[in-house]
Design a protein around this ligand. Structure first.
Ligand code: ZN
Length: 474
């Protein structure tokens, strides 16, 4: 993600990171003890203090099959989610995250299941317990007027009704505003989405486009993301867009620019460079990890950020102010396809693994594009960064702060200066290969770097990521 006007260490998130697990009564299924026979409720929370209440426990989702219909004239969304998951322990019931929509029928397998609702939660109570290791499908029919994420770290997030449609987007969580989900990056899954909108509107999402079909004034767009995806990296963009479908390196490339933006303006010309920038990044980071490419430029200025939604980043309008191109933001969001999307955090305290590398990619691109060198950017940032703020475990209110982005990039370049170019890029390519399609931690990165380089690097990472004063220049 990139915020307009750079990163910030704001404190708008005044919310308590209280352990919600035991506060919300029956929904706090992790607190209610044993239901007998060893079958217990799944946790109502992933246990990540940066996103209290988000995510759940007791199962692992492998696939979301989503079929939604949205009518901008009424702002109503109706949907059916067919979720394939595996119980990771003997489960008597389990939670999904779902914000503010009404739930109709719920089935587990072929059997009707009971359900309860609570603040941001849907509790599914199958007729029979789910033994550990059992794969199951849960089908949820739901609908209503979606609501945005009010407590978003970034201002507006979640499902937003726009002038001509809607945008569903946001980090660290947003998916639960439009489908039932285990809404935490530790549980990645593949996706198939069919979205039905009035004829004439586009409906864009992640992955490879499927066949479109029309009936009775409605058009169904289909998308398929075959690589595991963290839920916050899913997106849905509906409206009047100029959609260009092509191929790049033999894979679909779909770019879309809001029709209200100029056809040859800053957004359009920047997104048109997507293939060239991806190829440059692949020459440094290793093969591009997904089976499609693209980008979406939206016009709604409530979205003051760009987000690395998987295979197809979404760019807010402020990045192309005065209709100027902006390739830095494109390089940043595309670098996230390796760092953040393919190799994902398992807990938000490690978010520098996403933002430090994506910020560093901006330096690499700028140098490649004939601008300032990475070394020069390193020197400038080194002189101004606040070393009292750590990159790892930055605190919830600083998860999008300079210590995560800029200090993170400084640490990446310090590693490069220490081990040399050839070893540095070998470490990066080993990381993106060995950890592809999964989750990883800062400790995993340090261990891998030490193994590949054959030398101790922990003190270097400690000094550059979390030490309280400026480290010695390598
Ligand atoms: Zn970013």
């Amino acid at each position: 993600m990139v915020l307009t006007g750079g990163t910030r260490a704001g404190s708008r998130l005044a919310t308590t990171a209280a352990a919600l697990t035991c506060v919300i009564g029956l929904l706090a299924t992790g607190c209610t003890g044993d239901d007998g026979a060893g079958f217990r409720p799944g946790a109502a929370d992933a246990g990540d203090p940066y996103v209290p209440g988000r995510g759940n426990g007791g199962y692992d989702v492998t696939h979301y099959g989503l079929d939604v219909r949205y009518d901008p004239s009424t702002d109503r969304l109706t949907g059916r989610a067919v979720i394939t998951a595996t119980a990771t322990r003997d489960l008597s019931r389990f939670n999904l995250d779902l914000a503010g929509l009404d739930v109709g029928a719920v089935t587990v397998g072929d059997a009707r299941a009971d359900h309860r609702r609570g603040d941001g939660e849907l509790v599914v109570i199958p007729r029979d317990g789910l033994p550990r290791g059992r794969q199951f499908t849960v089908t949820v029919d739901y609908g209503g007027v979606p609501t945005p994420v009010v407590d978003g770290t970034l201002g507006s997030g979640g499902f937003l009704h726009t002038a001509d449609g809607a945008v569903a987007l946001g980090q660290p969580d947003s998916a639960a505003t439009w489908f039932p989900v285990n809404d935490h990056p530790s549980d990645k899954a593949t996706y198939d989405l069919a979205v039905t909108v009035p004829d004439g509107l586009a409906a864009l999402s992640n992955g490879v486009p499927g066949p479109k079909s029309s009936a009775d004034g409605w058009t169904t767009w289909r998308w398929s993301e075959r690589a595991p995806m963290a839920s916050y990296l899913s997106t849905l963009v509906i409206g009047d867009y100029r959609v260009v479908v092509g191929t790049h390196a033999g894979r679909p490339m779909v770019t879309a620019v809001a029709a209200s933006l100029p056809p040859a303006g800053g957004a359009a010309t920047s997104l048109a460079r997507t293939g060239a920038i991806v190829d440059f990044l692949a020459s440094r980071f290793g093969p591009y990890p997904f089976d499609s490419y693209g980008g979406i430029a939206i016009a709604d200025d409530r979205i003051g950020y760009a987000l690395e939604t998987q295979s197809r980043p979404v760019y807010g309008p402020a990045f192309f102010a005065d209709d100027r191109p902006n390739l830095s933001v494109v390089a940043h969001e595309l670098a996230h396809q390796w760092f953040g999307d393919s190799v994902s955090v398992g807990r938000w305290g490690d978010i520098w693994l996403n933002e430090g590398f994506a910020s560093y990619a901006e330096w690499l691109w700028e140098e490649h594009d004939g601008g300032r060198t990475a070394q020069r950017n390193f020197e400038l940032q080194y002189a101004t960064i606040d070393w009292s703020q750590p990159s790892v475990e930055p605190g919830r209110e600083r998860m999008f702060g300079a210590a995560v982005y800029k200090r993170g990039a400084l640490a990446v370049h310090a590693l490069r200066r220490t081990v040399g170019d050839e070893m540095f890029f070998r470490i990066l390519r080993t990381w993106t290969t060995e950890r592809a399609a999964g989750n990883a931690t800062t400790s995993d990165l340090v261990a891998l770097a030490e193994r590949v380089a054959g030398r101790q690097l922990r003190p270097l990472f400690d000094a550059w990521l979390v030490g309280g004063s400026a480290p010695t220049l390598p």
